[in-house]
Design a protein around this ligand. Sequence first.
Ligand SMILES: [Zn+2]
Length: 480
Amino acid sequence: MTQQYEAVIGLEIHVELKTNTKIFCNSTTEFGGDPNTHVCPVCLGLPGTLPVLNKKVVEYAVRAALALNCSIANFSKFDRKNYYYPDLPKNYQISQYDLPIAEHGYLDIEVDGQTKRIGITRLHMEEDAGKLVHQGNIVSTPYSLVDYNRTGVPLIEIVSEPDMRSPEEARAYAEKLRAIIQYTGVSDCRMEEGSLRCDANVSVRPVGQKEFGTKTEIKNLNSFRALQRALAYEIERQIAVLEAGDRVVQETRTWDETRGITLSMRSKEQAHDYRYFPDPDLVPLVLDNQYIDFIRQSLPELPDQRRARYMDDYGLPAYDANILTLTKEMSDYFEEVLKDYDNPKTVSNWMMGEMTRLLNANGIDITECKIRPGQLADMLNLVDKGTISIKIAKTVFEEMFNTGKDAEAIVKEKGLVQISDAGAIAAVVDEVIAANPKSVEDFRAGKEKAIGFLVGQVMRATKGKANPELVNKLLREKLQ
Ligand SMILES: [Zn+2]
């Protein structure tokens, strides 16, 4: 009998906070810009400068932590994490070590229709490092350039408990965390711009064993898909190592997206390698309960609450409610459509169906969609009025998606108005009956299916413009 294994996964997620200025100075946090233009003596680590904590960073960190059900520390402090790297001008990063601003949180994920609670160990504040720009890749580059624009941009790092058991759970956790943070408004969580970054710790152990196996850490995961794929690969790799009678080496590995494999980067460093010590330039951070409660009261509606509301108030199935609330943009769009169109399930079907299909096919997200919520509502109203059929609506929708034009304009331009004139349809129905004696005979012999074929023929002859209900009715009348 072969040994069964289970994976143990924990995630460390870094989120950039969208404050106007950096965590310890007045330099702008704006993404991009010419290299080394968003800098000042403080974030460049020049001698004689002192950091001053940005109040907004504290507020945002507390906001995110409360949304993740953490307890907020009344007393926390900043520490220096010492290491040398060219993108870190001070040779230490200001972070929080033994006394983080928040601990003991959780979030709930849904996988295969089951709800599972994933613990959050801690959330702490720290400063981001700069960026090295290589010519090609890091190994073959003749030289590297450094850009300090990102140095000192505020981050929160959120460390989960090792509560996840599959790549799917890890992905669900990361997606849920992103949704929650987005709803709080403290970050836009754009993985492609690096404002949400994810590292995964993973080990495997024989099913039934209590002790954890030796873990590896995977870096360079820049999409949720990459996270899921990298974990699936790494779990298989570790199992193969154990099956071969070898040991898993504790190390940091990188995900190679094009080859679909993880590669060894370096042996894993331990906390004591960093020589953490309290930053003498910053006073400890003391927060009173009144301040914490004030922020708690200002929290907006979060994904779980919104999801419950969609089910209770709109009668949406859990599946729809989950997908619609997974990103704030999707959810906000949905609510905008409902202002001008009052059938939530129909809107949900269009958004999860045609819209998602076209967004995926074009590789864009809903914020880039040319169809504005009001325009979608107008189109759905045209369907309800019977001006266009559902079938035509799909054509109109696609045209709206590509051009951003109003449904009504497209319908007029292309002459797509649904034919609901019984006289006009009756003529076509007669032709179809005459041309398909076999199907007519089948239907009269009790084969209910045959009518579907005949309806299809009428729809074809009218280029999809005939009102299908009317076609059905006329056919049945004539075949009686
Ligand atoms: Zn600065």
